[in-house]
Design a protein around this ligand. Structure first.
Ligand code: C2E
Ligand code: CA
Ligand code: CA
Length: 679
């Protein structure tokens, strides 16, 4: 989940300018290269054609020179061309020069496509703005532009200077509007023994320049337009990204920060935590009345309440602290603190303020806190930053919050190792419960009930024990609450009922004088309409008489649907089972329940006989409870009786049975059998 969240966040981030910048840049690079190549190609082609004219003329000179015989005054004839030229041998040693010899003898063979020839071309030493290389002719940029600015003044003068028999009218006209770039063309003569190297000019007229200029301007404009488009796109994308981010991190109920933001931002804050003094508290806070509030008012009002809660939480935050609406009625906070009791105080004040958010109601808030110290691992080493996951800390805080169980009342719990152990135990039990039931690892223990007046065995209660090959002897206090929560209690109760019925049948068959045994039936069963039938069938299957089985209902069962409960109790009694109210006096509505429930037995809660409750008032209450039971035609059982004085007192008051350590502790089946035998 965490990685998916980060992936989503990265996706939104990518919507920004980086992506469009890269694509636009790439696009621009491709287009610019394409245009640049096209322009360079065009210029080269233009230069290429421009020199072909000159080449033809120099070639003509070469042909004249070639056809001359020794002794001819060939130089004075060639001089008529008005061109600077040289005759060299094949090693470039000059044999004759006319004009200024500024040839560098550095150059290359270039192919002049218009005449389909490869020609040796040298740079001019004085004005080297045309250079032949790689089989092409190029203009040096800097010099070319300098030349452009100078051309207008010089061209006319140059043309006159260069005027000669080889310059025709058309060339003249052209030259008038031309800027020139000198280059030396070398042509082999006399069978390759000599060379005619003559100065030639690229003559670029204004039309050519205009075309080249237009092309360059178009490319520049194109790139500028692209740049503007790119900037607009980036700006729009940044705005879009901001909007998306805001949406992604805004809670759709409270309009403030949401879970995604908390986990991302919180993790960043925690990963920066290096100070020894500073600690952070990851807080999980739940508004427990939310569901009821929505039912009693409306969803809208409920959500308004969540907004107010979030607003108040935010009001109490310091600069570096954050909060978020996580889900449903849960909020998360990340608080900074130095001393734990001050943090506790602060949170208590917050709960107090939240509880009184609405003057007409008192709300409840459950808060779990997980302290994040300078992030040390189990071995005391500083944890690697990337190992810190706020989700884990939040989970621990939530676990602490939930550890109180079903309580809806406000509470504040700090996460600790015992809670982890508790959680591990719950998981272990849940993982093993089914297998343990199948392997009959649950043992039925019997705690006898005695008549205090005669000390006679009158009954027993069946109590479960888990004798696990792995965990040893496990008392019900460690498993029953877990089973009650996860619903497995119904299976346990059925298992106990079946085993008790089976034992009773066996003892009867063995000729023992059996006593009624009570089994506990948890509140969780009462959602089943046919509970009475199920109990009857289970007992019948084992063949035990109904009067030897008693059903104990805990007080909490009496909170549920009264009508259905009365119906079930009546049916059970019709079938011949006794029904008792367990733990009478431990809750607050038992007296009221007595009024309507047709019960057989009242079990006085062990709390009446615990510790220094041995006072007069306590005795009055017990005495009156026994009387009340008698008036309602109920038998009484006193639970948790440990001392003789209590036994004597209960005997005097007419209590029918005592189930307590004074007589016996819960014992395994075999031991309980001995009690029969003793009788
Ligand atoms: P309970 O039904 O109230 O059972 C009586 C508990 O009080 C038993 O604890 C018993 O050992 C204890 N007790 C009896 N006499 C004395 C005494 O003189 N002094 C003291 N200190 N304790 C005494 P146990 O067996 O640990 O069972 C605890 C609770 O677990 C039971 O309370 C019952 O609520 C639940 N439980 C046990 N077995 C089952 C079962 O099979 N099904 C259901 N639903 N609940 C069960
Ligand atoms: Ca009981
Ligand atoms: Ca009890």
């Amino acid at each position: 989940m965490a990685s998916l969240r980060k992936k989503n966040y990265r996706k939104i981030k990518r919507v920004g300018w980086v992506g469009s910048l890269i694509t636009t840049l790439l696009f621009m690079v491709v287009i610019t290269t394409f245009f640049a190549l096209a322009v360079v190609g065009f210029i080269r082609y233009a230069l290429d054609t421009k020199i072909s004219n000159e080449y033809e003329k120099i070639k003509y000179m070469a042909e004249i020179y070639d056809s001359s015989a020794d002794g001819d005054d060939i130089y004075s004839y060639l001089d008529l061309s008005g061109r600077d030229y040289m005759i060299t041998d094949s090693d470039n040693n000059v044999l004759h020069t006319t004009g200024k010899n500024t040839c560098s003898f550095e150059g290359d063979t270039v192919s002049i496509s218009s005449v389909a020839k490869s020609v040796l071309v040298y740079e001019d030493k004085a004005e080297s703005f045309v250079y032949p290389s790689d089989g092409n002719i190029s203009l040096r940029k800097k010099e070319f532009f300098e030349m452009l600015s100078e051309t207008e003044n010089e061209s006319e003068e140059n043309i006159i200077e260069e005027d000669g028999v080889f310059l025709d009218d058309e060339a003249m006209r052209e030259a008038e509007e031309t800027l020139k770039a000198p280059v030396w063309i070398s042509i082999d003569v006399k069978g390759g023994k000599e060379k005619l190297v003559a100065k030639a000019y690229y003559r670029i007229n204004k039309d050519d320049l205009f075309l080249i200029g237009m092309i360059i301007i178009s490319v520049v404009i194109f790139i500028l337009v692209m740049f503007v488009i790119m900037v607009i796109k980036i700006v729009r994308n940044i705005a879009k990204q901001r909007k998306l981010m805001k949406l992604y991190f805004t809670d759709d109920i409270t309009g403030r920060k949401n879970r995604a933001w908390y986990l991302l931002k919180g993790e960043q804050i925690l990963r920066r935590l290096t100070s020894r003094k500073k600690k952070f508290a990851v807080v999980s806070l739940t508004f427990s009345n939310y569901r009821n509030y929505c039912i009693c008012h409306s969803m809208k009002k409920g959500e308004e309440m969540l907004c107010k809660i979030h607003e108040l939480i935010d009001e109490t935050l310091d600069k570096k602290e954050i909060s978020a609406h996580m889900s449903y009625s849960s909020f998360a906070l990340l608080l900074e603190f130095e001393v734990e009791h001050i943090l506790k105080n602060r949170l208590e004040v917050l709960i107090e303020r939240l509880e009184h958010l609405d003057s007409n109601h008192k709300f409840d808030f459950q808060v779990g806190v997980c302290v994040v110290d300078r992030i040390l691992d189990e071995n005391g080493k500083v944890r690697r930053r990337k190992d810190i996951e706020i989700e884990k800390e939040y989970n621990s805080a939530s676990m602490a919050r939930e550890s109180v169980g079903d309580s809806d009342e406000s509470h504040l719990i700090f996460f600790n190792d015992a809670l982890v152990e508790e959680r591990l135990w719950i998981d272990t039990v849940q993982d093993n419960q089914k297998k343990a039931l199948e392997n009959e690892e649950f043992a039925v223990y019997y705690q006898p009930k005695y008549d205090p007046r005669t000390n006679e065995l009158k009954g027993a209660e069946a109590l479960v024990r888990w004798i696990s090959p792995e965990f040893g002897f496990v008392s019900p206090g460690r498993i029953i609450p877990i089973f009650e929560k996860n619903g497995f209690i119904t299976e346990i109760d059925h298992y106990m009922l079946t085993h008790v019925a089976r034992d009773q049948k066996k003892w009867l068959d063995q000729g023992f004088k059996c006593v009624p045994v009570s089994v506990n039936v948890s509140r969780a069963h009462f959602i089943e309409n046919d509970l009475a039938e199920q109990i009857r069938d289970a007992v019948d299957k084992e063949g035990a008489p109904h009067e030897l089985v008693e059903i104990e209902l805990t007080e909490s069962a009496f909170f549920d649907d009264k009508k259905q409960l009365i119906e079930t109790i009546s049916k059970l009694r019709d079938y011949g089972f006794s029904v008792s109210m367990d733990d009478f006096g431990s809750g607050y509505s038992s007296l009221n329940s007595l009024k309507d429930m047709p019960l057989d037995v009242l079990k006085l809660d062990a709390e009446f006989f615990r510790g220094d409750n041995q006072n007069e008032r306590g005795e009055i209450v017990v005495s009156e409870a026994i009387k009340l039971a008698k008036s309602l035609n109920m038998r009484t059982v006193a639970e948790g009786v440990e001392i003789k004085e209590q036994v004597d007192f209960l005997a005097k008051e007419g209590c029918d049975m005592i189930q307590g350590f004074y007589y016996a502790k819960p014992m395994p089946r075999d031991e309980f059998e001995q009690s029969f035998k003793k009788q």
